[in-house]
Design a protein around this ligand. Structure first.
Ligand code: FAD
Length: 389
């Protein structure tokens, strides 16, 4: 018989959750939204997460990290979201960039890049999306050409989060295979202030302190050792960052959903317009209960996906991480919508902060991988149906 404890997180993880929740409570949604609405950054919170070791909890200890797994850093992000402070850049800096460099970087690269990612003093953004390729990342056209001791990058990127808060960005570009002439994806670290690397903000209807940018990469020169890992293993290396990315997106979504549901439930217990509090009516209570169930299911799948990644079972992790991301995004959209509705007109006032969550929940259906591409993946890989695209 399987013991009950198989389905619960280890004591250490639960303690980590508590400690992060306590730290995040000092900031809260009021702080987070005030920063976002003023066009400012959550620098103090990021710095504190770095100082306390929570930001780099998944990175190896010998490079300044906490020696934990992706499940730990996902728990940190989820608890921040549940306290009203979902930190989008945690998806990219410690989880995608940190994982890829930690797994495939040379000793020199790990020593150089990981400590700053871990303590938050040198945040790293991630740039794969391009205006013409979109979801079809196999069609990206940003290229890297070798010129003596340097790589020369050219191309365009779009929707890149947090360039203004990052010292560097991990750019996915393609190099030409000398033998076959085919283009293959490779990963390069580019300083955000490199000459020829120009970025402009995209005005977004998404209430969050992070900004998205479109990027022009025009003859950007970086030294040879900016290439992470092996030129021939780029695709494999890129995939290593995708499961963590999906797990972090799930944590972002479920944290936000928990925050919305906690606020809405508290409101439903107090607000009375007929004889009893509105939470007495099943029209209000049932959707909240449904949303809570969906969020708990999504959290369970996220924890499973993280456990598989941490156990090195990448293939099974791929399926679970996609499913977790799908479930978490759907649960979050429903939970936030239900919460807004529970507040009635107050659901859209700035005072209650519910309306501000709508964009964030919705983003998780689109990014980093869309709902449809996950359904395509599951149809093909889990169900064996023909490829549709
Ligand atoms: C807030 C935010 C932050 C982001 N941050 C980053 C970042 O830091 N770095 C980065 O590289 N990118 C980032 N992105 C980009 C994000 O990953 C892309 O927006 C996402 O991958 C979708 O690509 P697209 O916007 O080009 O949509 P498109 O590819 O144009 O797709 C549009 C719609 O068509 C659907 N569709 C496309 N093909 C199919 C198909 N075969 N079957 C069914 N449906 C299909 C999609 O699911 C989607 O709903 C961010 C985006 C947002 C909104």
């Amino acid at each position: 018989m399987t013991s009950q404890s198989t389905f619960t997180e280890p004591e250490e993880r639960l303690e980590l959750r508590k400690a992060v929740a306590k730290l995040a409570a000092k900031y809260g949604q009021e702080y987070f939204l005030a920063k976002a609405r003023a066009g400012e950054k959550t620098t103090e919170l990021w710095a504190e997460l770095g100082r306390t070791g929570y930001l780099g909890v998944n990175l190896p200890e010998e490079y300044g990290g906490g020696g934990g797994g992706i499940g730990d850093v996902a728990a940190v992000l989820e608890e921040l979201g549940a306290a009203g402070c979902p930190m989008l850049l945690m998806v990219v800096s410690p989880a995608i960039c940190g994982t890829v460099i930690g797994k495939f970087g040379t000793e020199e690269q790990k020593k150089r890049w990981l400590p700053g990612i871990a303590d938050g003093t040198s945040t790293m953004a991630f740039a794969i999306t391009e205006p013409d390729a979109g979801t079809n990342t196999h069609n990206i056209t940003t290229t890297a050409r070798r010129d003596g001791d340097e790589w020369v990058l050219n191309g365009r990127k779009v929707f890149i989060s947090g360039l203004d808060e990052s010292a560097n960005v991990l750019v996915v570009a393609r190099t030409e295979d000398a033998k076959t002439g085919k283009l293959k994806p490779c990963l390069f670290i580019v300083p955000t202030d490199a000459p020829g690397f120009e970025w402009t903000p995209i005005p977004m209807d998404f209430v969050s302190p992070e900004t998205q940018f479109q990027v022009f990469v025009d003859d950007v020169r970086v030294p040879a050792d900016s290439l992470i890992g092996d030129e021939d293993g780029g695709l494999f290396q890129l995939f290593a960052g995708l499961n963590p990315e999906r797990i972090m997106a799930s944590a972002y979504a479920t944290g936000m959903a928990r925050f919305a549901l906690a606020k809405a439930t508290a409101y439903a217990k107090e607000r009375t317009v007929f004889k009893a509090p509105i939470g007495t009516h099943q029209g209000i209570a049932h959707p909240l209960a449904q949303a809570h169930i969906q969020v708990e299911l999504a959290r369970l799948m996220t924890q499973k996906a993280a456990a598989l990644v941490d156990a090195g079972e990448d293939l099974a992790a791929g399926e679970a991480a996609n499913m977790a991301k799908y479930a978490a995004a759907e649960a979050s959209v429903f939970a936030v919508d239900t919460s807004v509705h529970t507040f009635g007109g107050n659901g859209l006032t700035q005072e209650y902060g519910m309306g501000a969550l709508v964009g964030g929940a919705r983003v998780m259906r689109i990014a980093p991988v869309s709902r449809e591409m996950i359904l395509n993946f599951v149809a093909m890989h889990s169900l064996g149906l023909p490829k549709s695209y």
